[in-house]
Design a binder for this molecule. Sequence first.
Ligand code: 9D3
Length: 259
Amino acid sequence: MGCGRKRMKFDILTLFPQMFSSPLQESILGKAVEKGLIQIRTINIRDFAVAKHRVVDDSPYGGGQGMVMKVEPIARAIEWIKSQDPSVWTIYLTPQGRGLTQEISQKLSSRSHLVLLCGRYEGVDERVRELFVDEEISIGDYVLTGGELAAMVVIDAVSRLLPGVLGSDRSAEEDSFFNSLLEYPQYTRPSNFRGNPVPEVLLSGNHSAISLWRKREALKRTLDRRPDLLARANLSGEDQRLLEEILRENRTDKSRDGV
Ligand code: 9D3
């Protein structure tokens, strides 16, 4: 059942632990928690602030807008985690981090224990980064209200790579096979929806024709939407032949359209 691998632990340091309850209890991640493949703890940074007012933020030295998360509560929280497990890897979710990729997710999935520090306000006191953070990660070039959703994205992307988290037939192997290409179009019943039929080849039962069609559609879609992926793709001889065919088609389409 445990598949011989110890469960991966995620500790989330946040001022909003409630944000994590439902997303991590639903669906595949929820099942992974139930199966004991992953363990997710939310830790309220405020619980490590000193009593009385339990202040976790303060105005920036030097002036300026907004508030900065104080170093002491975060330091105490991380030190408490490290006292239980010195091998933890601490990630700060920040727009200034390097963008999350599948490769980074894969590297992270080989760790046994991640701490995900979620920033709010204008971020954390710089000494948090210097003294306690191993890696800084962003999830993309858009502005969020805090690191919480980004932490959930990291947990999702990493967890699904762990053995046993996805269903048995759906594996990370399949990912790496098609990794460099976008996926082909999928259809299910009915075979005709309001005059919009499913491509005939998919109903033919001809498996080699189907697999060729899918490969071709994946290549077409990738060329159209993500040519950057194609440049990096490891295309087989057959893929390259198909791609040339598609490019030739596109050229003749264009000259016919007069574009
Ligand atoms: C006025 C401050 N902002 C200038 C654009 C800086 C800022 C700080 C903190 C903007 C957003 C945030 C909150 N975002 C995150 O904590 C965050 C994030 C994101 O906003 N985008 C992509 N990845 C991430 S990871 C954490």
